[in-house]
Design a protein around this ligand. Structure first.
Ligand SMILES: [Zn+2]
Length: 262
């Protein structure tokens, strides 16, 4: 029989993780949110992590992939040691990459509960950050959104109309409720977006294929635009509140547009 842990007994665990979010605490501490391989989302304090020479300064920077030693606490865990595997520094040096990585991190943070571990999600986060770094930002994010929703149990239905069940043979329309609707049902299905056959095929491949195979695809700009609109509607339908990082991306896009037109 296992005895329950004593009041003063702390459990220690070691896990790989990616830093999703950091907040300042007091003079020199941080509260970090990580997605870990072993326990999924974890929130922990990192004492002294904002001091220049502190050994936690580097390992607790946002987007860092590292190996961490964490003490379980009653109200919050404590991150006591960290070792960098990949600092992902280029994602912090480039505004567009940073905005994309921030969006990914915020999406994970708002969609998963604390300590609901899924190793596939951890791998997906690492792979997507790597792909954002290569510059294929838009496709990396769309691929992430699709696979992440699939892992959460929200795989869109693509073969049959989600309203009437008929097979889709002609033009398909994507519904934010999680799949395609046929031409006959589109009027009664609420907000829908037209999707080309090519885009539907792209979605199927992303859902079925391993990440390494996905990265060799070169989707058309039209498919990426269609997919961006559909995934935005699909994800927002599942969220209670708008995501803050989207405002940042919008501001960036607006500033690029005004540079082009001025
Ligand atoms: Zn239908």
């Amino acid at each position: 029989m296992r005895l329950p842990p004593r009041e003063d007994e702390k459990c220690l665990y070691k896990t790989e993780g990616v830093i999703l979010r950091t907040r300042n605490l007091g003079e020199a501490d941080k509260i970090v949110t990580l997605y870990t391989k072993a326990r999924g989302k974890v929130v922990a304090t990192a004492r002294g992590a904002r001091r220049t020479r502190n050994r936690l300064l580097g390992p607790t920077q946002i987007f860092t992939h590292g190996r961490y030693l964490i003490f379980e606490g009653k109200s919050m865990d404590t991150l006591s040691q960290g070792e960098i595997i990949n600092s992902n520094q280029p994602l912090r040096d480039d505004l567009e990459k940073m905005a994309a990585a921030m969006y990914l991190c915020e999406l994970v943070d708002v969609m998963v509960e604390v300590e609901a571990a899924n190793e596939a999600t951890f791998t997906l986060i690492c792979n997507t950050l790597r792909m954002i770094d290569t510059g294929a930002i838009s496709f990396a994010l769309r691929g992430f959104e699709l696979k992440f929703m699939q892992q959460l149990g929200y795989q869109p239905q693509l073969e049959w109309c989600i309203s009437c069940g008929a097979p889709i043979t002609e033009q398909a329309f994507f519904s934010r409720e999680g799949g395609v609707v046929c031409n006959r049902c589109r009027a009664s299905a609420g907000p829908v977006h037209a999707v080309s056959k090519g885009t539907v095929e792209l979605i199927k491949r992303v859902l079925e294929w391993d990440w390494s195979r996905i990265t060799i695809l070169h989707p058309s700009d039209q498919s990426l635009r269609e997919l961006a609109v559909c995934m935005r509607a699909y994800i927002d339908f599942r969220l209670d509140k708008p995501m803050r990082s989207l405002e940042f991306i919008q501001t960036l896009n607006d500033s690029y547009d005004s540079e082009v037109t001025s």
